[in-house]
Design a protein around this ligand. Structure first.
Ligand SMILES: O=P(O)(O)OC[C@@H](O)[C@@H](O)c1c[nH]c2ccccc12
Length: 381
């Protein structure tokens, strides 16, 4: 149990000597000081690196995080964007402690992914700062029209346009395809009639990569590309664009309304299409209240529990929500768990104009045939 609490995400407890000038302003009871406390400073244990400005930063950080959590709570967002740190520092006699917080273990896989992503992005950002990416983007070829490709496919086939996903593995399914050649799969999808492609770029949980995205972009495939990533920072939008994406995914379970507004604006500025993903009524209502959203994905998979239920697409398109979507001319994508022609007809009847499919087609030896089997007919011509 203890080792679980000390998972990769739990913050180290600090245990530092307090400079004598620092006032003692808070004295927690010793029972509050959980688990081990690590001594820091020099090896003789007599000097200290604690400064009062450090403490101020800690306090400010703590307040900001707290108010962010309050905003999330008012929007019904359960995912915590970062591990909670607990109250910043505490003093007992001459020692400074950081409290172990009960919440330092992610509550579900989505939270774990997002906490990891935050660290990963901070590292990537320092290697490729925004001004470097901006230069790359200025010289990059224009993006392809993602929504245009979906509409053209829908009117050509009379069936939901296919966003075919280049997906090697997932946390729920493990490795889906062993002999994984992303470019070969992308070409097979295009040949089979996919309107757009989705390329997973998360390495840790989906065994994807930005190299895959770049390689597909450079391979001569003409379908618009969705960068399937867990976006937690606007910097990732620029990075995705620099790596050849035409569209990005914004997950409503992770991002606050203001983030979604801000990020969709940046997307427009740099030529990206935003696919905003929802999973429940609350997320759908939040997104429908935001102006300028053109593309909504309904994920049939609950990213917290992995449960898949395709009736989720129908449920979220019923009644007033469906009316509002039609009034706003929003295109809806049915995502996840689609395996058969019956599944495709079911979500089409529910009102989707596009579908996002990975597993059922990527695991077929020939993904071109996989597409024909999914639709019950050849949709390539
Ligand atoms: O393999 P499936 O069940 O056909 O699902 C594809 C796609 O919908 C799924 O990969 C997905 C939907 N939303 C996501 C968000 C992150 C990662 C993955 C996803």
């Amino acid at each position: 149990m203890e080792s679980m609490m000390m998972s990769a995400f739990s913050l180290n407890h600090t245990f530092k000597l307090r400079p004598s000038s620092t006032p003692i302003n808070y004295r927690p009871s010793l029972s509050c000081l959980r688990l081990k406390a690590q001594q820091s400073g020099t090896t003789d244990g007599t000097t200290t690196d604690v400064s009062s400005s450090d403490s101020k930063v800690d306090v400010t950080d703590f307040k900001v995080r707290n108010s962010q959590e309050e905003i999330s709570a008012t929007q019904g967002i359960k995912i915590r964007r970062r591990p909670p740190t607990g109250p910043p520092t505490h003093y007992v006699g001459p020692f400074q402690f950081r409290l172990q917080n009960e919440g330092n273990t992610p509550r579900n896989i989505l939270e774990e992914i997002v906490w990891n992503k935050d660290v990963e992005v901070a590292q990537m950002k320092s290697k490729k700062p925004l001004h470097t990416l901006s230069k790359v983007i200025k010289e990059a070829p224009p993006t392809k029209d993602f929504i245009g490709a979906l509409k053209a496919s829908y009117s050509r086939t009379g069936m939901p346009a296919l966003i075919a996903e280049v997906k090697k593995a997932s946390p729920s399914r493990g490795v889906i395809r062993e002999d994984f050649d992303p470019v070969e799969i992308a070409k097979a999808y295009e040949k089979g009639g996919a309107a757009c492609l989705s390329v997973l770029t998360d390495a840790k949980y989906f065994q994807g990569s930005f190299e895959n995205l770049e390689a597909i972009r450079k391979s001569g495939v003409t379908c618009p590309l969705l960068c399937k990533e867990f976006i937690v920072d606007a910097w990732q939008l620029y990075y995705a664009r620099a790596k050849g994406a035409d569209a990005v995914l914004l997950i409503a379970a992770v991002l606050q309304d203001l983030d979604i507004k801000y990020m969709t604006k940046i997307c427009k500025l740099i030529g990206l299409t935003a696919l905003v993903e929802v999973h429940d009524e609350n997320e759908m209502d939040r997104i429908l209240a935001i102006d300028g959203i053109e593309l909504i994905g309904i994920n049939n998979r609950n990213l917290e529990t992995f449960e898949v239920d395709i009736s989720n697409t129908k449920k979220l398109l019923e009644g007033e929500r469906g009316d509002k979507i039609r009034q706003k001319n929003i295109i809806v994508v049915g995502e996840s768990g689609l395996f058969t022609p019956d599944d495709v007809s079911y979500v089409q009847e529910a009102g989707v104009k596009a579908i996002l499919v990975g597993e059922s087609i990527v695991k077929q030896k020939d993904p071109t045939k996989g597409i024909a089997e999914l639709f019950g007919k050849d949709i390539s011509a």
